[in-house]
Design a protein around this ligand. Structure first.
Ligand code: PGA
Length: 252
């Protein structure tokens, strides 16, 4: 059985005090959520404070990005996987479409980050997804296959237990236009098949594949009913404790 993961990506929102306020409000709302893993990804500056305030709770902390080098180095402006762990994170989001789009992250760079993160004992939420133009041209599967194979290139079988995939069609992110549960299911099943071919059937059966893109309290249950949807990566609707709490406690 794959344990679902519901992760909130706070993007570049919230000061330290706002982050703490949301985290503290969220804590009791999800305290009984044993059916899934609950994750939030605050900005780097809030990470340590939020992690400290949530110690002993069932909420895990993720970074939103990391350096392609494990420990330290002359890389101005970067934060390493080891530093993320040090600040209290146990996961990291890598290859989000906003990083690919606005910061020119290639599959090669994403792959270096994934390797640095898994060797630092972080669990990676590796994001992928096609643009509307690519979908309209019938290239969605080819694009996602490229991002999956490129992102995981050279990883070992034992690294796979540290990988979570997030399928986030770019046209559904922040647009209010969610993929239908059927559209998402189709791509999730495809990702699982490609993963099985590249790695093993067992690893593919254990792989958690999250859906992301305009997930809200009113569409989460329909998405979660799909066989290959194992959770969600939530942006906008994770910024308020109440709506994220509702998503975590989706109707089962
Ligand atoms: P959204 O963002 O839920 O606001 O569409 C999802 C994401 O970017 O991870």
């Amino acid at each position: 059985m794959r344990k679902p993961v519901i992760a909130g990506n706070w993007k570049m929102y919230k000061t330290i005090s706002e982050s703490v306020e949301t985290a503290i409000a969220l804590k009791p709302l999800v305290a009984n959520a044993n059916h899934c893993e609950v994750v939030i990804a605050p900005v780097f500056t809030s990470l340590k404070t939020v992690a400290d305030r949530l110690e002993g709770s069932n909420i895990k902390i993720a970074g939103q990005n990391c350096a392609p080098e494990k420990e330290e180095g002359a890389l101005t402006g970067e934060v390493s996987p080891v530093m993320l762990r040090d600040a209290g994170a146990s996961l990291v989001i890598i290859g989000h479409s906003e990083r690919r789009q606005f910061f020119a992250e290639t599959d090669g760079m994403v792959n270096r980050k994934v390797k640095a993160a898994v060797t630092s004992d972080l669990t990676v939420i590796l994001c992928m997804g096609e643009t509307l133009e690519q979908r309209d041209k019938g290239q969605a599967e080819q694009v996602v296959r490229g991002q999956l194979e490129g992102g995981l290139n050279g990883l070992t079988a034992s690294d796979m237990s540290r990988i979570i995939i997030a399928y986030e069609p770019v046209w559904a992110i922040g647009t209010g236009r969610t993929a239908t549960p059927e559209q998402a299911q189709e791509m999730h099943a495809f990702i699982r098949r490609v993963f099985a071919q590249r790695h093993s059937e067992d690893a593919a059966q254990d792989l958690r594949i999250l859906y992301g893109g305009s997930v809200k309290p009113d569409n989460i249950a329909g998405l979660m009913k799909q066989t290959d949807i194992d959770g969600a990566l939530v942006g906008g609707a994770s910024l308020k404790a109440e709506s994220f709490g509702e998503i975590v406690n989706y109707k089962r």
